[in-house]
Every structure is written in C-alpha cells, then in structure tokens.
Write a protein that binds this ligand. Structure first.
Ligand code: GSH
Length: 256
C-alpha cells in the first residue's frame, strides 16, 4: 500500500532533463536502460511489463545476487533508488521497510524482504532450488556460510576498513577452503547439478573478494573454475557489460 504514497516510480516516459539533475534518479534511469538491454524487451512500455520492483541502494551490496538471478532468467524489473541521499533513506523509506532495512522486492501485491528469503522465493518460483532434500540442504548450507562471510565483510567495510582490511584479507583462505572442498567433492558444475539461487549469491561473494584482494581465489582451482562458469552464462555476461552493473559501486561508502 505504501507504494502508492506518491513516491515517483521512474519510467522511460519520464526520462526528462530534470531527472538528470539528481544522481539518484540518474542511476535509476541507467538501470532502466540496462533493463532494456539485458532483457531484450522493447524499451517503449518496458516498465508497464515489469514483473518486479526492486527497492534498494544504488550499490551491489545485498542486491546483486537478486539482480543476477533476474538477469539470468530474463525477468523484468524496475529499480527504485531508496537513497538518493542518506536523508531521503532515513526520512522517506526506512520506516516503510518491515525491518527498517533494504532490499525489498514488490511482486504483485506482496512486499518481500530479507535478501536470502527473496533469493529462495525466486529460487522456488524459477525452479532454481535444486532437486531433492540433499541438493537443497547444500544450497542452504552454503547460503548460510555466504551470509556469515558477508556479514563479517560488511562490518569490516563499514566499520573497520583502515585497521581491519589486512587482517580480513589474511582470513580469506580459511573462509573459502571449506567451499573449495565441498565443490570439489560434490563434483557438479554448480552447487547442484544445475544453477540455483545459491550460486548467484556465492558468485557475488567471490566477485567482491576478488576486488578486495585480487588473485585471492587462485589457490582454489575448483572455486576458480566454478566462478568462471557462472560468469560465462550468456545472460550474466550481457548483464555485466551493462552500464548499470559497470558503474554501480560495491558498497555505499565507496570502499571495496
Ligand atoms: N538481513 C538483511 C540485512 C539487510 C541490510 O543489512 N540492509 C542494509 C543495506 S545492505 C540497510 O538497509 N542499511 C541501512 C539501514 O540499516 O538503515 C537482508 O539480508 O536483507
């Protein structure tokens, strides 16, 4: 209901000069252009056809795995930047989020929150949640591990970058060695036999660690091959060539 409270939903038909005067809005415009490129749908009227609305910050953060999943399945979405400024986030959006945090996805009349729950929802919807209890357990188990690492990474990035970065980098092998071992012993192309919601999440985690410490995955051959395999998927490749992806910072404070 709160979506109809007058906040401007950005559509191609309103790509007017005043939109370019605000960085947040410009970012949304870029996202819509990417939507057109990635999903091969006609630009005119594209928004009328979008299935999802994504409320998030203009960063990769906890949104990127969701964006990757949508890109890979060819789903259409429009993105609302909830933080063109910190004040706008705090005054206009934060209290509207069930847990006071983003991302949030609007799908039909459902408002979905908690990034991992959103990924699982999409996983169920698009048959990206493995086959049978064992595969699903493996996806859940690695998603929990990704969450543990992501939380620690975020604490370092936002609260202890200058003093904590080196120590964090030293801990990277300990974090990824078990994942290497699991992927190798399971022997699949992905976590399961076919791609799943959990692969986008793990792939994004690998991406951001390669940015933090280039070459840090090289000591893990299975993980390196797995990472390359996910990135080689045609829709993922196209998505990563888009301006929206290329210009989107990893984190809100510019540290990476
Ligand atoms: N468990 C939540 C965590 C969400 C979260 O930490 N969101 C951050 C951005 S990634 C946020 O909204 N920060 C702003 C705030 O807390 O005011 C999820 O996975 O969605």
């Amino acid at each position: 209901m709160w979506l109809s409270d007058g906040h401007p939903v950005i559509r191609p038909s309103v790509l007017q000069s005043d939109f370019y005067s605000s960085p947040g809005r410009l970012n949304n415009c870029i996202q819509l252009i990417d939507l057109h490129v990635v999903n091969h749908i006609p630009f005119k009227g594209a928004c009328e056809m979008t299935e999802y609305t994504f409320y998030y910050f203009p960063v990769r953060g906890r949104g990127e795995a969701i964006r990757m999943l949508w890109a890979d399945v060819g789903a259409s979405y429009e993105e609302i930047n909830v933080a063109p400024s910190v004040e706008v986030w705090q005054q206009q959006w934060k209290h509207k989020m069930p847990f006071g945090q983003a991302p949030m996805v609007k799908h039909g009349d459902q408002e979905l929150v908690q990034s991992n729950a959103i990924l699982r929802y999409l996983g169920r919807k698009y048959d990206l949640y493995g086959d049978g209890p064992l595969e699903q357990y493996r996806m859940d188990m690695l998603t929990d591990h990704v969450e543990d690492i992501r939380s620690e990474y975020s604490r370092m990035i936002y609260h202890n970058y200058d003093n904590g970065k080196d120590e964090y980098i030293k801990s990277i092998p300990t974090k990824f060695a078990p994942v290497e071992k699991f992927l190798k012993s399971w022997g699949n192309e992905y976590i399961g036999k076919k791609i799943s919601f959990a692969d986008y999440n793990l792939c994004d985690l690998l991406d951001i660690h390669e940015v933090l410490s280039p070459g840090c995955l090289a000591q893990f051959p299975s993980l390196t091959a797995y990472h390359a395999r996910v990135l080689a998927r045609p829709h993922i490749q196209a998505y990563r060539k888009s301006e929206g992806f290329k210009t989107r910072p990893i984190n809100f404070n510019g540290k990476q």
